[in-house]
Design a protein around this ligand. Structure first.
Ligand code: TXA
Ligand code: MG
Length: 350
């Protein structure tokens, strides 16, 4: 299959191009598009066969449900059975934006889209191209992140092309995304709201609107038979770079020293080693390939750089990567939930 690539400027959207993309989705095709979190791989959410194509293109297990993206609030009531007052309040506050809510589903949503579940995940993205594309595609786009299953999510169109070229109908290049990690997921289908995946909309932002919520206990822990995450996608090995990643945590001074020592040791044995550093520490490392994830003075830059550095290392041939820890800031939970998965929970605590 030939994958068409088009460029659209969010500030100056060419209606005609988006109309063409919308038509592809209406016809059952696959179109990758930018959102404010990561790039999504879109198909008509109400068309079973289209959903099946998403699983094939990503190599994703078919029991891992997809998020349905909407552009207009009323669309929610066509796919969700019950929408509580709390859910309405969250939608009011944070939609369009990086928040996904889970509801009991209506019959209109095929089981192929929900991975066989009775619930459906819904999000209204805060990105102009995404919103217009959804409207031009019939109003309901099922979209996982546009990466091959298990690889870091794409934050640039180039990342999507690496994984999806030749497998999908179109890639819309809308530039680098603004946030860089996937939406917060909150399950609103039970009595107590549960955060299943942390993201830019953090716990305190949610509790400010609806009061106490709980965190899925598996978010920062390794999965076991007893401890299974409620979002099936959080179970799989994820975001993994090709190299073996370890996170080193402790005081900045001891972290830098330990990473330098580990690098020296591995380099002596002939291995290629990578280091995930920050603007503030990059000049302190003396061996290996040093990549800057972002600046500790601007946490958002670290969030935005996370998947980019993991992908960049895949092109360097490094066999081991050592990273500083980023657990301290407001987005610490969101960042570390991804990094710990990418590292297979290999942490060196000093
Ligand atoms: O920011 C995002 O959410 C991006 C962009 C493209 O919108 N999408 C995204 O989709 O991250 P995906 O498929 O990569 O991750 C969706 C996660 C998976 O972990 C999946 O298991 C979970 O949401 N999920 C979807 N429907 C669910 C449901 N009904 N119950 C529990 N978890 C669900
Ligand atoms: Mg994903």
């Amino acid at each position: 299959m030939k994958t068409i690539q088009i460029k659209i400027d969010e500030k100056q959207i060419e209606e005609q191009l988006l109309k063409q993309a919308g038509q592809l989705i209406k016809n059952g095709g696959l179109v990758a598009f930018p959102t404010e979190t990561v790039y999504g791989l879109g198909a008509d959410a109400l068309n079973s066969e289209a959903a099946v194509k998403i699983y094939a293109a990503k190599g994703r297990p078919s029991d891992n449900p997809l998020i349905v993206h909407i552009a207009d609030y009323e669309a929610l009531f066509h796919i969700a059975l019950e929408v509580s007052e709390k859910a309405k309040a969250l939608a009011d506050q944070y939609w369009p934006g990086p928040l996904t809510m889970i509801f009991q589903k209506k019959e209109s949503v095929p089981f192929r889209t929900t991975g066989g579940l009775q619930t459906v995940a819904v999000r209204m993205p805060g990105h102009k191209i995404a919103l217009e594309l959804i409207r031009k595609s019939g109003g309901y786009i099922a979209a996982p992140s546009a990466n091959i299953s298990g690889r870091p999510s794409p934050t640039q169109a180039q990342h999507v092309a690496e994984d999806m070229n030749g497998k999908i109908d179109m890639i819309i290049d809308g530039g680098e995304v603004g946030i860089g990690i996937e939406s917060t997921i909150i399950d609103m289908s039970g009595a107590i709201p549960v955060i299943l995946r942390p993201g830019f909309i953090d716990r305190s932002m949610i509790e400010a609107v609806i009061g106490p919520v709980v965190l899925d206990p598996t978010i920062l822990r390794q999965n076991t038979e007893q401890l299974r995450p409620k979002a099936p996608g959080m179970m799989y090995k994820h975001y993994a770079p090709k190299a073996e990643l370890s996170i080193v945590e402790g005081s900045m001074e001891s972290v830098v020293k330990t990473i330098n020592d580990l690098c020296k040791e591995k380099c002596k044995k002939g291995y290629m080693v990578g280091i995930i550093a920050t603007e503030e520490t990059k000049q302190l490392y003396h061996a290996g390939i040093v990549k800057v994830i972002g600046s500790r003075n601007e946490e958002a830059s670290i969030v935005r750089g996370l998947y980019r550095v993991l992908r960049e290392f895949d092109h360097t041939g490094v066999e081991f990567i050592y990273s500083e820890s980023f657990a301290d800031g407001e987005m610490g939970l969101a960042i570390m939930s991804r990094m710990l998965k990418a590292a297979g929970h290999k942490v060196i605590s000093l």
